[in-house]
Design a protein around this ligand. Sequence first.
Ligand SMILES: *[C@@H]1O[C@H](CO)[C@@H](O)[C@H](O)[C@H]1NC(C)=O
Ligand SMILES: *[C@@H]1O[C@H](CO)[C@@H](O)[C@H](O)[C@H]1NC(C)=O
Ligand SMILES: *[C@@H]1O[C@H](CO)[C@@H](O)[C@H](O)[C@H]1NC(C)=O
Ligand SMILES: *[C@@H]1O[C@H](CO)[C@@H](O)[C@H](O)[C@H]1NC(C)=O
Ligand SMILES: *[C@@H]1O[C@H](CO)[C@@H](O)[C@H](O)[C@H]1NC(C)=O
Ligand SMILES: *[C@@H]1O[C@H](CO)[C@@H](O)[C@H](O)[C@H]1NC(C)=O
Ligand SMILES: *[C@@H]1O[C@H](CO)[C@@H](O)[C@H](O)[C@H]1NC(C)=O
Length: 346
Amino acid sequence: MNNVSHKIPRKSLITFTIFLLTLIPTSQADPNFAYIDCPNATAYAPNSTYNTNLNNLLSVLSSNSNASNGFYNFTAGSSPPDVAYGLFLCRGDVTVAVCQDFVAFASTDVVARCPRSKWVTIWYDQCLLRYSNVSIFSVADTQGGIVLYNSQNVTNVTSFSEVLGQVMDDIADRASSDNSGKKFATAEANYTPLQPVYGLAQCTPDLSDFDCNSCLRNGITSLADSQRGSQVLFPSCYVKFEMYPFYNANFGAAPPPPPPVLPPPPSTTTPSSPGNGGISPQVIIVIAVSIGVAIMLSIACFCLLTRRVKTKKYNSLREETGKSKGITLKLKPEKLLLARLTKSAA
Ligand SMILES: *[C@@H]1O[C@H](CO)[C@@H](O)[C@H](O)[C@H]1NC(C)=O
Ligand SMILES: *[C@@H]1O[C@H](CO)[C@@H](O)[C@H](O)[C@H]1NC(C)=O
Ligand SMILES: *[C@@H]1O[C@H](CO)[C@@H](O)[C@H](O)[C@H]1NC(C)=O
Ligand SMILES: *[C@@H]1O[C@H](CO)[C@@H](O)[C@H](O)[C@H]1NC(C)=O
Ligand SMILES: *[C@@H]1O[C@H](CO)[C@@H](O)[C@H](O)[C@H]1NC(C)=O
Ligand SMILES: *[C@@H]1O[C@H](CO)[C@@H](O)[C@H](O)[C@H]1NC(C)=O
Ligand SMILES: *[C@@H]1O[C@H](CO)[C@@H](O)[C@H](O)[C@H]1NC(C)=O
């Protein structure tokens, strides 16, 4: 009897607490990891000169992550075998503040994930960071890239790849001729009137227009164009498309056009919607304080309950939210191979 009366409130309390926790806006979420190219064959020794230069490089990259175009390159050291060359690139629609958080995170995460390699590239959803013992500046590098794709395919591959081809052509040209300091472009077109497709392309801005364009074209040919989303990540450029708006369209490289009269927005679920929909700051404070108090009470009660139940339940719920959040990206070995082959031919 006791058992039963205890179990029900415990369960719902835990659920309630988790629900409250999900309401807390996390201002600096860690960037979503996408892929790392970590060739361990090129190992440096701990405490070597290269190690020291690399640490210096990563700290300089972090402290220059306020670069207005989301890009910075640096060379640490001057005696050839031990020189460390590095750069970061934030996606063109990311604010300087977010870029700073990303670079700070990436510069420690990269070493944790790949402790000894002399050259590494790490990609997240919205930034990349790389370093090498060989100069990597102003060279279009498509080595060690990867193709990621959404496991859902489109209904009519023929008509889809035609629309997608136009979108990607357009942004490859605009991104590579973009001389605003970022080599970045986005575009949107209708696959069907109800199914827009969104594309994004970006190069590191140290590339020439020509090299950027050929890097992007190389990426476009490797995209999985029968799927509902795909991206190709190269060290020097990347291309991506999805059938939902995944970038901040107000952040385009082009100067903002006169505001068009927008139709009422469809009720799609976008990952993050800016603004608070006109709620006054007072109301927000009251809500925040209430939530805070509720959370603290919940946590207090919660701590009195058994630890085991808590951990178990939390993990499984977290897994569920993680899954429902976005699209599953999977590795496609044939495509990866294709990407690597294209590189060596170029
Ligand atoms: C290199 O080493 C790291 C960490 O030790 C490991 O996670 C990674 O899988 C290795 N990479 C390769 C290509 O073996
Ligand atoms: C590297 O240096 C640290 C402190 O300077 C020392 O504790 C550590 O043992 C050294 N590691 C190696 C492999 O020499
Ligand atoms: C970035 O911050 C440093 C100080 O931390 C400052 O000297 C530099 O001017 C800033 N750069 C930009 C582009 O704001
Ligand atoms: C950054 O890259 C350019 C080439 O794009 C190079 O000339 C310059 O020396 C690099 N800066 C540093 C600090 O390494
Ligand atoms: C970079 O490191 C690799 C692997 O250790 C080495 O073979 C190569 O000569 C180095 N390149 C330079 C320019 O130091
Ligand atoms: C979509 O994928 C499924 C499973 O891989 C396959 O059976 C189906 O033929 C594909 N449809 C199209 C239009 O490619
Ligand atoms: C796919 O689209 C093309 C071009 O719009 C059309 O000719 C073809 O009939 C469509 N195929 C299917 C299976 O709907």
